[in-house]
Design a binder for this molecule. Sequence first.
Ligand code: NAP
Length: 258
Amino acid sequence: MADLKGKIAVVTGATRGIGEASARALDAAGARVVLTGRTVSDLDRVSADLANDPITIESDLSAAHAAQSLAEEVLSRVDGIDILVNNAGIPMRRTPHELTEEDFDRVFDINVKALLFLTLGLAPSMIARGGGSVINISSVASLRGPLGRVAYAGTKGAVDAMTRALAADWGADGIRVNAICPGLIATAIWEDNRRNIPGLIERMEEQIALKRWGYGDDVADVVLFFASDASRYVTGEVIAVDGGMARVGSAPRAKEQQ
Ligand SMILES: NC(=O)c1ccc[n+]([C@@H]2O[C@H](COP(=O)([O-])OP(=O)(O)OC[C@H]3O[C@@H](n4cnc5c(N)ncnc54)[C@H](OP(=O)(O)O)[C@@H]3O)[C@@H](O)[C@H]2O)c1
């Protein structure tokens, strides 16, 4: 088990899903967690279960300069941070024919611009504390060409590229920067598709080597790895946590297992 006692961690999008699971895991490992998101009731719900004096900050990352304001707010509440989990993100299912410039701007504003400027705002405090770990939540959409999601895939490709670039920029300062590409994780992000595209979930599950959905904990355990000393010699990496969806062949399920 990772030992993160004395560490301060920020998790964006900690109100549910992968962010909630990550906040809970970091707290259980001993870190003090700063939880951010828009839904105050969920920030309160999650933080009420945490043991290490958690902090909640309401923040909508789609607004102009929101990331810079959030960084300032964080640094007004704690002396500096050691771990940043850039998890907040939105999906965008649009065919090339449907996609508008407004759609493009919205998904890039939250998934790319806010992620970068929050990181830039908090990194100096990591450097002042002798280094840290930035963990970007990307997607398998960056590793293979998903149907009907060109803008979303573009945001996650940008996250992967920025992960490597920042790892180069900050290696000498002791900041490690890595990305996790979740596959099919059972969170609220899938609710609309589950309702509106019959059979989609089952078809996608068949493409996964391990033949099951992932859960928030499957990703949070890898967040813990990157947050802890266990990954002390790993930076600039982009790792799929997808049960073998993006890069592994997948045989159909045996009849008796169906
Ligand atoms: N689930 C999957 O299958 C999957 C696969 C690949 C990648 N991912 C990535 O994993 C990350 C988390 O996804 P999830 O499945 O856990 O999604 P989710 O359940 O929909 O949670 C998304 C989180 O982001 C926050 N958020 C959304 N819009 C925001 C905004 N404008 N400002 C601030 N926070 C905002 C939400 O909080 P509020 O609504 O309270 O603001 C929520 O906490 C995303 O980056 C997503 O792209 C997920």
